[in-house]
Design a binder for this molecule. Sequence first.
Ligand code: G3P
Ligand code: MG
Length: 245
Amino acid sequence: MASKIWAHRGASGYAPENTLEAFRLAVEMKADGVELDVHMSRDGELVVIHDETVDRTSNGKGRVVDLSLEELKALDFSCGMEKYRGVKIPTLREVFELLKPTGFFINIEVKCDIVIYWGIWDKLIELERESGMQGRILYSSFNHYVLMEIRKLDPGAKIGLLYSCAIVDPWVYAKYLNANALHPHYLALRAPGMIEGCKKAGIELNTWTVNDPGAMKTLFEQNVNAVITNYPDKAVKIRDNMQLI
Ligand code: G3P
Ligand code: MG
């Protein structure tokens, strides 16, 4: 089966990252799924945003953990893109509602790198169950303890281990944690034996953030499970052309 293409923070090369507009565009561009980042607001809502603060991507200031959903929703997340002025931060529930009818796959990156959102795992699993989207969701995180909490709550939950350095034989670690996938930075895939090791161990490789056309081509040739990119249209074109040859 050909590699999947997941739009990183939505089609974030063209629309404000992690917004419904970026996810809609990913659907129009015929990606197979999206990657998005989740934090928790002061009042315990799951919100889709990359950073711990709203400073870079909105017209506001402050940490997500210190702001209520109402306060977050009052901000403009157009991220300097004039065409998208007034765009709001989405909740994870809103993204599920948008993508459920499309058949899209959702890679939820759980951000517990700086702020630890205690109990975020309970909320994620509860929402997944309510959404009826089981099987189309995979949780990834740089904080592997969080993924273990998710697994405890739902032994069937799909999990992927994020990392960016050159770990030796990472599939051994993935097997030990009973993970479904490794999510390396794509340059970490150059380590010897990576592709074969993961294939033999039955561990999926979903790699990020691949915006360079040459790297996309190599990864499609290596038949990784998913390529995560800000430019899903370019990736679709390259992959589909390769299949014609
Ligand atoms: O999930 C892949 C990638 O998004 C990890 O890094 O910083 O873009 O969330 P970051
Ligand atoms: Mg991410």
